[in-house]
Structures are given as C-alpha cells and as structure tokens.
Design a protein around this ligand. Structure first.
Ligand code: SF4
Ligand code: SF4
Length: 333
C-alpha cells in the first residue's frame, strides 16, 4: 500500500555526523569540509550532544553518519550511549566497508538498521560514481550484516548519471536480504554543486515515469520502498519541515542545521556552545523557512532551481516539495 509520509511532528530526529572523514571520494559527496570541519568528535562530546537533543523529546531517533561513521573507533560506544539514553531507533549509514569490525562489536538488538549505499545496478556505473571496488565491498557488507542478524536497508541516490539503471536494481536487491529500499534524489550541494558539464537533477517527467514504478516492483519483493515526493501539483499542500518538524543535521564543527539544503552555507540556525545548541544571530535558515513562494521550497529555488519550470506567463508549472516529504510503499509478497 502506498502512503505519503509527512514529517513526524512528535519525534526528534538527529542526523549526527560524528566525523567527516571518509575512505571514498564519491563524485556527488555532499560533505563540504570548509563548512563542516574535519574533526572527529570524541565520545564524551557525542554523548553530551545525544543527551541534550534527547532532553524533553517524546521520542528521539538518531542516524549516525560521516563521512564514514564506521571509521570512528568509538562508534560502538556511541551506539551504547544512545541506547542507554533511550533513543527510540538507532541507524548507521555506511558505504559498506564496515571498518573497525563494527559488526562484531555491536549487537543486532542495539542497531535498528544499517543503511548501505549503491548508486548503480552494475559495478561499472556504481564504481564510476563511488570509486573502484565500492560495489563489491558494499554487497559483501550487506551479505555479512544480514547473515549476522542485522536489519539492513539500501539507499540509491538518483541523478541523471544513474537513473537509467534504477530499474535494474530490482533483480539486484531481490537476493540481498535487505528490508527497506530508499530512493533519494540528488541534492546540489558539496561536490555536486561544483562545476559539472551535465545537469544532475532529474526532470519531473522522468521522475514520474520511472521512480514510482520501480518502487512498486521493489515492494512486490516484500521490501518496503521509499522515495521523495519532489514534485507537487498546485492543489497539493506544501509544508516546510524546518517550520514543523524537529530535524537536526549536526556536524562535528558544532553547526546544526534544520534543513539539509542549507548545508553548503553558513545558514545554520543553531551552533553547539558548551555542549548546548544556541541560536545563531543574523539571517539564517529559519528566516527562509517563513517565506512563502509559488515554487514551494525556498531553498530549492535558491540553491538548485534547475528542477523548476515556468509557463509563458512566468507561473511555475508545479511546486517543489520539502526534500523530507516521502512516499512509502509497504513491502508485500
Ligand atoms: S561514502 Fe558518503 S561521505 Fe564518503 S565520499 Fe561517498 S558520499 Fe561522501
Ligand atoms: S527542503 Fe525546503 S521545505 Fe524542506 S526544510 Fe528545507 S527549506 Fe524547508
């Protein structure tokens, strides 16, 4: 069954970048060292920040990210701390290399999901985007995690570079043992915002023609498929998660954003000071969330307007949804 998953207004979600270092150099990597720093957070700081964001939250979820979070030798301790503090769910986003024997140091009961990433159905395409050998290492990592009883998901970030292989992912994932498949849309930030001869963002016609159909086929395998809505008709409501949801994108240099599209700029609305989030002064992302424009998402119009289209009177043909608005098709056989 397909449903639109609006942002949860009753839970707090931490997207916690505990370091920015990574063993890969993916060509669309969104990490921007100039903006996000290059330090690795010590476990004491990770624990303090987990505690401060969980305080008073009815339910809190954490996704540990990097860089590559398994490069952090104290990731197992961070997971234990999060469990002890009472986080509702704990997820690790990994490129699949699973450093520091992470699977041997954590228990399947302590990690809700390991999320892996592939960006092509073939080694050729995936490795061209994510680096030589990354396809095999990711598939091997998934198989190992599944065999040890961990719940796993797979993320495929769609751009004009790889949308042509998305449908071929259906047979690839059929035998992997994953429970969820996330289709993401490329964000024009980090490396993707650099000089690119080719337009990366997918046209609305291609998105509608390909994405829901692939998600449906994945669901028929018994795997829950999720994809961002991206395009809204004029009669569909627009809502900005920055105004109504408790999402925090935390970086090791102390910046805390409420919107991932802002991450290439010093527009963060909070900054960690003495282990507490403090509001930043001046113009920041929170001022942009208040603006209402016919194109929908304000940050989309500012940083990645190539996905917009206008009629001859200059009226937008559709709106762009908040990047956090998703469609979900439950897995059924
Ligand atoms: S695995 Fe993630 S953090 Fe590492 S280079 Fe690729 S996109 Fe960037
Ligand atoms: S993506 Fe757009 S709509 Fe969503 S939080 Fe950011 S500014 Fe708001």
């Amino acid at each position: 069954m397909k449903k639109t998953v609006s942002f949860s207004k009753n839970s707090t979600n931490l997207f916690f970048h505990i370091l920015t270092r990574c063993n890969l150099t993916c060509r669309h990597c969104y990490i921007n060292i100039e903006q996000h720093g290059s330090n690795t957070l010590p476990i004491r700081t990770i624990e303090s920040w987990l505690r401060v964001f969980a305080e008073g939250a009815r339910a809190a979820n954490v996704i540990f990210l990097g860089g590559e979070p398994t490069l952090h030798p104290e990731l197992p301790a961070a997971i234990q701390k999060a469990r002890h503090i009472g986080f509702n769910s704990i997820t690790i986003d990994t490129n699949g290399y699973l450093f520091n024997d992470i699977l041997l140091k954590v228990d399947p009961d302590d990690v809700d999901y390991f999320n892996f990433s592939l960006d092509g159905a073939t080694k050729n395409l995936n490795d061209a985007i994510r680096g030589p050998g990354s396809y095999d290492r990711c598939v091997e990592g998934i198989r190992k995690a599944v065999s040890m009883g961990f719940a796993t998901s797979l993320i495929y970030t769609v751009s004009n570079d790889n949308i042509h292989e998305l449908a071929d992912m259906v047979p690839v994932i059929a035998g992997l043992g994953i429970e969820r498949f996330f289709i993401q849309v490329i964000g024009i930030r980090g490396k993707s915002a650099g000089d690119r001869p080719k337009k990366l963002q997918v046209l609305r016609t291609d998105w509608i023609r390909i994405i829901p159909g692939v998600a449906q086929k994945v669901a028929e395998l018994g795997i829950t498929a999720t994809y961002p809505k991206v395009f809204l008709n004029h009669d569909e409501p627009f809502e900005c998660a920055g105004r109504v949801a408790q999402n925090y994108f935390i970086f090791p240099n102390g910046r805390v954003y409420r919107c991932p599209l802002c991450e290439d700029f010093p527009l963060h609305s909070l900054v960690m000071k003495k282990n507490r989030p403090v509001k930043t002064g001046g113009i920041n992302e929170s001022h942009l969330f208040e603006l209402s424009i016919p194109e929908g998402c304000v940050m989309n119009k500012i940083v990645q307007p190539e996905n917009l289209s206008y009629d001859s009177d200059g009226i937008p043909k559709y709106k762009i949804a908040c990047c956090m608005l998703k469609e979900e098709i439950s897995g059924r056989r």
